[in-house]
Design a protein around this ligand. Structure first.
Ligand SMILES: C[S@@+](CC[C@H](N)C(=O)[O-])C[C@H]1O[C@@H](n2cnc3c(N)ncnc32)[C@H](O)[C@@H]1O
Length: 260
């Protein structure tokens, strides 16, 4: 226990880490009232949820079948890599959907927030490589500070051969996203899976929106945490989908919703 506290303390002193950690703690306190809404948020999500498999099948049946095979291989690869370390880096997002979307949209640039072990990164990079273009993935993360040298664990499962089309930023969304905006061109896919707070989600979208293309798809993971996604689609007045994945919910918006 003491060793863990010392590790966290030491890690927090590196770069901007202390300011990011302090902000996260402050937001948790400021947004504690949102936790009281968690039951009604889940009710809203469940009422709007549809099958993600049906969604993919209706867009492209052949690609859906390719996705099934690719997802099985991604899972095998990630589990094998993770079996070489005895650390809990958490589970992945809906990587089959992310693989499918990268193949379907053929994006030039993709942004994701939240990497951890890197299931979502590995899935999107696998799809970008299969697309055979110059597509790039920009990922924003903030390492898990309970471990020694946590920077080395970010994207641990990502295949070495994909790294030429991957830009990884690890100083927290607040610093990473403005830096990514300076580098990237138009973005066709944005996947949010980092800081679960309402304001973290709002900040990220407001930062990346200037670069979103007309056909961009935007995904928020873990939308059962608060009413951000409901408020977002209401304010934007855009079509949306909600999918259940491993007991949690994902929200998706973009013009492809109308095609499905
Ligand atoms: C649920 S995990 C991401 C899982 C990943 N998308 C996957 O599919 O494997 C969330 C990640 O977001 C990171 N995170 C939390 N707060 C963050 C912040 N403010 N900025 C950037 N990353 C953050 C966590 O450290 C963790 O690595």
């Amino acid at each position: 226990m003491l060793a863990k506290i010392v590790t966290i303390g030491r890690n927090s002193l590196k770069r901007h880490n202390f300011s990011v950690m302090a902000e996260k703690a402050l937001l948790r306190f400021k947004e504690k009232d949102y936790q009281k809404q968690s039951e009604s948020v889940r009710t809203w999500c469940a009422a709007h949820a549809m099958s993600c498999d049906d969604f993919m099948r209706s867009l492209d049946l052949k690609l859906y079948e390719e996705t099934q095979a690719a997802a099985a291989e991604i899972e095998r690869h990630c589990r094998l890599k993770l079996s070489t370390i005895e650390l809990d880096l958490g589970g992945g997002g809906n990587y089959p959907l992310l693989y499918f979307l990268v193949r379907y949209l053929q994006p030039e640039n993709v942004i994701e927030t939240g990497v951890a072990a890197g299931w979502s990164s590995q899935a999107m990079l696998t799809a970008l490589a299969k697309n055979d273009g110059d597509g790039k993935l920009y990922s924003s993360d903030f390492p898990y500070f309970r471990y020694e040298e946590p920077e080395k664990l970010v994207g641990f499962v990502v295949d070495e051969s994909f790294k030429s089309r991957w830009r990884l930023f690890i100083e927290g969304d607040k610093f990473n996203l403005p830096a990514i905006m300076k580098e990237t061109g138009a973005v066709d896919l944005f996947h949010y899976d980092s800081d679960k707070s309402y304001s973290g989600r709002r900040f990220a979208y407001e930062t990346v929106r200037k670069k979103l293309s007309d056909r961009a798809v935007v995904i928020f993971d873990d939308i059962q945490d608060n009413f951000h996604f409901r408020d977002f689609v209401t304010a934007q007045d855009v079509p949306f989908c909600v999918f259940e994945f491993e007991g949690k919910y994902i929200g998706l918006t973009g013009s492809i919703v109308k095609d499905a």
